[in-house]
Design a protein around this ligand. Structure first.
Ligand code: ADP
Ligand code: NI
Length: 217
């Protein structure tokens, strides 16, 4: 299994290396490291969690012709590695369930699946989550903030495509809701901390935006 994990790292690096929309190799590396820690805290199979985390974005629709094509690519790779049938079917189950859209999708079927989903969601929170949000916004060409845009908790697909959201609005659409969507206790505890980091960030951001931070003088 150790060999397979090393091979999975190389495979993910090659497949994702140059992506700048937030699905780069380092996102995957962070998710895998978090998945291993959560697995230890929750008493789950750490190797399955790590393998699924390493492969979770290789099958992403954005990098493949379709979700099915992406999953077939991962399946072919797992078969060539000669991993046990129980392991590859579990890893494929995790990746395919996770990719059915973050929030309203199907619930994950196993503890290992719940852990990998938590680890992926945690990477959208805290200091790293803030950085990814602004990086993604730049990539997409949307503004970092628009004080004339009332805070919107939902945006239509059409509004998204027209770039009507902003990086700051993304906190209200998604990021501030994620801590209540964690599956495991361990992830919830980490999410609480990262949630506070984002709240402190937004408070400072608004104060600086309107020069209120000069008011103490
Ligand atoms: P994942 O599949 O890893 O959950 P997404 O594709 O949803 O990630 O997003 C990648 C990164 O970009 C995340 O950090 C996410 O919060 C951020 N992001 C996604 N959509 C937006 C958006 N409309 N505006 C700003 N940031 C976004
Ligand atoms: Ni991801």
């Amino acid at each position: 299994m150790k060999d397979v994990l090393e091979q999975a790292k190389s495979f993910a690096k090659v497949e994702l290396g140059g992506d700048s929309s937030g699905h780069d190799w380092w996102h995957v590396a962070r998710v895998a490291a978090m998945a291993v820690k959560l697995a230890q805290l929750e008493g789950a199979d750490a190797a399955v969690c790590e393998l699924a985390a390493l492969l979770h974005d290789v099958a992403d629709e954005k990098l493949n012709e379709s979700k099915e094509a992406g999953l077939a690519k991962v399946e072919g790779w797992l078969l060539r590695q000669g991993v046990e049938a129980s392991v590859w079917s579990h890893v494929l189950d995790i990746i395919s369930t996770m990719s059915y859209g973050g929030g309203g999708g199907q619930p994950m079927r196993t503890l290992e699946g719940r852990i990998v989903q938590d680890a992926d969601r945690l990477d959208a929170l805290g200091a790293v989550g803030i950085a990814r949000t602004f990086a993604y916004s730049g990539w997409k060409g949307q503004a970092m903030h628009d004080p004339e845009l009332a805070v919107r908790e939902t945006m239509t697909a059409e509004e998204y495509r027209k770039g009507k959201s902003t990086a700051v609005n993304h906190f209200y659409e998604k990021l501030l809701k994620l801590k209540d969507l964690m599956n495991t206790e361990a992830a919830r505890a980490v999410a609480e901390e990262r949630h506070m980091v984002m709240e402190r960030f937004l408070k400072a951001f608004y104060a600086e935006w309107s020069a209120e931070d000069a008011d103490f003088m």
